[in-house]
Write a protein that binds this ligand. Structure first.
Ligand code: NAD
Ligand code: MLT
Length: 528
């Protein structure tokens, strides 16, 4: 398996991937979009930090790609939607650089307060400007944190150590969580009027783009110093420039910028500004951590089928994945069987999980049912997996309904899939025997019991003597041997559903001949 790394990554991670994972790893730095598009079709995994832009065009060309690994937190340089549509898992390594980013934030707060970079530059120019660089203490001042997540929380703890009062704005954090951190939650406007320092720790989203602009600066005290170590674009840089130039606020420290590298920015010319080149996570400790984290996650995925820290797949614990495992194959086989027995255009897939299944992470099973069902309808090269299964069903207008029912008789767990088309309904039920033996135990309420693997003739016929013999004779004529037979009926002498386990796939003429038998109501050949 081949892995491409297009940004700098700590050697410990690269070593882990090649030595422990046994993968073929290539690092190619500084590629432009065109160059990346050229080579990406050869790789199953792409690892990036924040420099590489993984665009829709790159993803479209990435025909073998299964995972995009982001050694770091923000995934705004990756078109996650395009990756999801293509069934590519996008995973990041949250937490690995939290402390470094929090420490960098605190460094910038202190550097802003004491004009450290400016004073250093002045002294190097041979000046001794003690008055010019008069600073202020952070002690007793109010720090406003926008985004009280991982980094925001660590910044809060450190600021409290400096005896600052900490308030925060984060509509997605509970009051209990904030209270535990000793932080008061405020509405944004109120927070802006109260703080002496403001620091941002949200992702860049449609809601946070230009979150701090002209109106927000107009609400702040004149002494405010602002720090952004999160993402460029959350502060409107033009409004920031105006606010600093007109001394509406005191100072700003930025680690991230609207346009990647701010070489043309007028902010570079202001004395009240400190700029660092996206250094928040640039410590040896953080880089080692995120590189090892992404390497372990990729090894766990390819060697153990375990997904960790994916941003476009619902997450489950390794323990839960283990419990699910026996049912994954069954779910897919039921989907495949539905697809081969279908009549009409699909409208709805209702999946009922019963017994022990109600306690499992059923989203993964649902994805498997959909995968099995859609597999044979996919365009060439189209991939379907737990990342994009629901999306692909929705795009085809198929409603997917999940139902949990703790009651079940005779089985530990039962998956029933009812497919409704514009002309009929078909219900298939399956269970797992022993540790991992999938069995189909019912079709349309007719009790059966067979292993969903191999070639089958599934017929619905009148329940009377001689039918099996006739079917056997026709199949025999075409050289098809019957290896097993399962029959289910609801009442004697009415109708039955028969499943003939075949040693080879019968030709179309055999089915045509079978369908001419007056006792046969329906007959399908199925390959599972
Ligand atoms: P996180 O997901 O743990 O925290 C983000 C917080 O922002 C969450 O609590 C969320 O509720 C909050 N939030 C989201 N939308 C919001 C909104 N509209 N208003 C207010 N709050 C909102 O993320 P994190 O690990 O703490 O990272 C925070 C940011 O820092 C990310 O953008 C990440 O990419 C960036 N980062 C930068 C560097 C760097 O080198 N400068 C390093 C690491 C992380
Ligand atoms: C992140 O989101 O993790 C940071 O921006 C750090 C990085 O890009 O490595």
């Amino acid at each position: 398996m081949r892995i491409l790394i297009t940004d700098s990554l700590s050697k410990e991670g690269i070593r882990k991937l090649s030595e422990e994972g046994g993968f073929q790893v290539k690092q190619a730095l500084g590629l432009n979009e065109e160059e990346l598009i050229k080579i990406i079709p050869e790789y199953e995994v792409l690892i990036v930090r924040s420099e590489t832009r993984v665009t829709e065009k790159v993803i479209r060309a990435a025909n073998k790609l299964k995972v995009i690994g982001r050694a770091g937190t923000g995934v705004d340089n990756i078109d996650v939607e395009a990756a999801t549509k293509k069934g590519i898992i996008v995973m990041n390594t949250p937490g690995g650089n939290t402390i470094s980013a929090a420490e960098h934030t605190i460094s910038l707060i202190l550097a802003l307060s004491r004009n450290i970079p400016q004073a250093h530059a002045s002294l190097r120019e041979g000046k001794w400007e003690r008055k010019k660089f008069m600073g202020s203490e952070v002690y007793g001042k109010t720090l406003g944190i926008i985004g009280l997540g991982r980094i925001g929380s660590e910044v809060a703890k450190r600021a409290q150590g400096l005896k600052m009062k900490v308030v925060a704005y984060d509509p997605f954090v509970s009051r209990e969580r904030a209270e535990k951190l000793g932080v008061t939650l405020l509405e944004l406007k109120k927070l802006l009027t109260q703080v002496d320092y403001l620091t941002i720790h949200t992702p860049l989203t449609e809601r946070t783009r230009n979150l701090i602009g002209k109106t927000e600066f107009s609400l702040m005290k004149k002494e405010v110093r602002i720090v952004n170590c999160a993402r460029g674009g959350i502060i409107d840089e033009e409004a920031l420039y105006e606010a600093l130039k007109t001394e509406r606020i005191k100072g700003a420290a930025l680690d991230v910028f609207e346009k990647g590298k701010p070489f043309d920015s007028p902010l570079l010319k202001l004395d009240s500004v400190i700029l660092t080149p996206h250094l928040g996570a640039s410590t040896q400790e953080a880089q080692k951590r995120v590189a090892i984290d992404i390497a372990s996650q990729i090894i766990d995925f390819f060697k153990g089928g375990m997904i960790r820290n994916a941003v476009n797949v619902s997450m489950i614990s390794p323990e839960a994945q283990k419990r699910l495992k026996p049912y994954l194959c069954l779910a897919e086989k039921i989907g495949e069987l539905e697809a081969q027995l279908i009549e009409g255009h699909p409208k709805e897939l209702e999946i009922i999980y019963a017994g022990e299944l109600v306690n499992l992470e059923i989203a993964f099973l649902t994805a498997k049912v959909i995968r099995g069902f859609l597999k044979s309808f996919l365009r060439e090269g189209e991939i379907i997996n737990y990342v994009n299964a629901l999306l692909l069903a929705k795009e085809r207008g198929i409603k997917v309904v999940e139902v949990k029912n703790p009651e079940v008789e005779g089985f530990n767990g039962l998956i029933s899939v009812k497919l409704t088309t514009d002309i009929q309904e078909k219900k298939i039920e399956g269970t797992v025997f022993g540790k991992e033996i999938s069995r189909i135990v019912g079709i349309n309420g007719y009790p059966l019991d067979f292993l969903p693997r191999g070639n089958f003739l599934i017929s619905s016929n009148v329940d009377k003597p001689g039918v099996v013999g006739k079917i056997g004779t026709i199949l025999g004529k075409f050289g098809v041997n019957i290896g097993g037979l399962q029959m289910g009926r609801k009442t004697r002498g009415s109708k039955n559903v028969s499943v003939y386990i075949l040693d080879s796939f019968p030709p179309r003429q055999a089915i045509e001949e079978l369908l001419k038998m007056e006792e046969i109501l329906d007959a399908r050949v199925v390959r599972l």
